[in-house]
Every structure is written in structure tokens, then in C-alpha cells.
Design a protein around this ligand. Sequence first.
Ligand SMILES: Cc1cc2nc3c(=O)[nH]c(=O)nc-3n(C[C@H](O)[C@H](O)[C@H](O)COP(=O)(O)OP(=O)(O)OC[C@H]3O[C@@H](n4cnc5c(N)ncnc54)[C@H](O)[C@@H]3O)c2cc1C
Ligand code: FES
Length: 286
Amino acid sequence: MRILSLHVVHRKALPGGYAVLRLGGEALEAEPGQFVMLRGDWGFSPFLPRPFSLALVEGNELTLLVKSVGEGSRRLAAVQRGDVLTVHGPLGTAFRRPERGERLLLVGGGVGIAPLLFLARVAKPSSGGGLAAVYGGRTRRDLPMAAELAAAAENVTFVTEDGSAGEKGLASDAMRALLARPRFDRVVACGPWPMMAAAARLAAEKKVPCEVSLEAMMACGYGICLGCAVPAAGGGYLYACSDGPVVDAARVVWEAGDLEPVASAKPMPEKRRAGPRRARRPEGAS
Ligand SMILES: Cc1cc2nc3c(=O)[nH]c(=O)nc-3n(C[C@H](O)[C@H](O)[C@H](O)COP(=O)(O)OP(=O)(O)OC[C@H]3O[C@@H](n4cnc5c(N)ncnc54)[C@H](O)[C@@H]3O)c2cc1C
Ligand code: FES
């Protein structure tokens, strides 16, 4: 892990509170699935850096997708060209590199597309297998970087809950249809907790290995604060920053109450969109 001062090379604002940032200045060697902790020179509000997946690392530049949901991400989404950000990384585990001929199904929701896009961009030239993707969001505005995904994967199914782009429904509906035929060797999922729970369950039903990238709230990003705990199958906890974020889906307890109704096109109630309930920043930290 390194601590770098990188400057904003490019910022593209997208509808719906999203922004794509390109940061440059120093080379960072990272694998798809890894993340960075990020903060700007904005004093104490918020004090802690925030975790963001790498959407691409190329030469001296890295690309991030930021959705504005609170103070930290709002400040990051509003940076200007030339601003300097402190970057801790790369952190966490990476997706397994695709083997030659391996057929992957990527399942992403909202900003969960960022690490999958990095994987698709790295995997496509080397794997020689198939690279299909399902990308879901609430509305068409919640499919940022859709064009980049379409360029990187061979076959992308877009899904929105309101039907404003692609098929109407949930990512898991499209995933179920694709998994009906045995043509994938691995599912790789990143997005809201209920979507990943559904992906884990559907993949297990079809006996297809499934990797997920966990998005718990994080304070330190490297295993010190224990604030990113996720209940582990077999007891105990996985720490999303150091055991993950990329883990085998079978290692996680996907609580029955959090499972997405996989065959339903009905939008999820807001309170069921939350991630693992036990994951918290330490008391008093922001
Ligand atoms: C490994 C990892 C990779 C991530 N990659 C991306 C990415 O590529 N793009 C992106 O936009 N976001 C990503 N996130 C989520 C991002 O880190 C949070 O949105 C951000 O930290 C929120 O900070 P804030 O100060 O804006 O909001 P806060 O004020 O801290 O929180 C605002 C609201 O968002 C909720 N929230 C905060 N963090 C999370 C989280 N991790 N999961 C679910 N809900 C959360 C809070 O409960 C609260 O309701 C990632 C998170 C992790 C752990
Ligand atoms: S974020 Fe501190 S231990 Fe994971």
C-alpha cells in the first residue's frame, strides 16, 4: 500500500450525481477488484478517507466512478481539474485473473460496475472465453459508464427497475435467464447487498463459482478499525477491507431477510437496499 498525492486530470459529471474522475501523477500497480481510500484537502469534514473501487489503472492514470451520496462523495464528485487528492492504495483483494477460455458473467448494480469494468477491460483481450454482463440500476441515470461496459464486454444486458433503459426488472431476473443455459464458468458480482445476495444464491443453485466485491462502510481500509465486518459462513466475520473486498460468495452469510426477490420486477423498498447491518464506522468517526 502506498500513499500518493494525485491530481485530477479529468472530471466528467454525469446525470444523477455521478462523476468519472481520472487522477494522475504517479503510477499505481493494481489489479481489478482492488480499491483506494481517497480524501481531498478539505479539513475535518469529513475526517476519514472514503473507499472507491478502481475502474481502470493505465500508465500513470487511474479512473474512478463516484456517486454523490454524502459529504465525502459530494466533495469528491465536485473536484476540479488540477485539484490534489490523497490516495491510499491499492488495497484489498482482487478478482481472480480469468483463465484462458474461461467464460465469465459479470453482474453489476449502479457504481458496482466500476471494478467489473476494470476486470472486463483486462479480461477481454486475454481470456479467449466469453465475457457477458448484466448491468442494473433503478433508472437509466443509474447506469453510469454503460457505454464503456458495452465496449469492453461482448454481450451486455441492461436492466432498469422503471424500464427507462434496457429490460424492465432487476439484474437478478436477467441473470437467472442467462444462467438457465450452462455456459458460464464463473459469476462475478458487485452492487447493492440484495443484488449480490441474489447473485450468490442463483450461482449456487447452478453450481457456478461466484465472486463478489463487498461494499461495507470503512474507516481505515486496511484491517485496523474492524469497522467493516461482514458475517462469515461458518461463524465469525470477514473484514471487507482485508479479507475482501473480493471474496468467494460462499464465504458470506447472506441473511434470508436481505435476499432480493429474484423473479420479481417490483422495485425494492428503500430500507431493504442497505448493506450488511453490522458494518459501521467506529463510534464518533466521520
Ligand atoms: C470497497 C469499496 C468500494 C467502493 N467503490 C465505490 C465506487 O466505485 N463508487 C462509489 O460511488 N462508491 C463506492 N463505494 C461506496 C463509497 O465508499 C461510499 O458511498 C462513500 O464512502 C460514502 O461517503 P460519504 O461521506 O459521501 O457518505 P456518508 O455521509 O458517509 O454516508 C452517506 C450514506 O451512504 C451510506 N453509505 C456510506 N458508505 C456506504 C457503503 N460502503 N455501502 C453502502 N452504503 C454506504 C451511509 O450509510 C449513509 O446512509 C465503495 C465502498 C467500498 C467499501
Ligand atoms: S475498514 Fe478498518 S478494518 Fe476494515
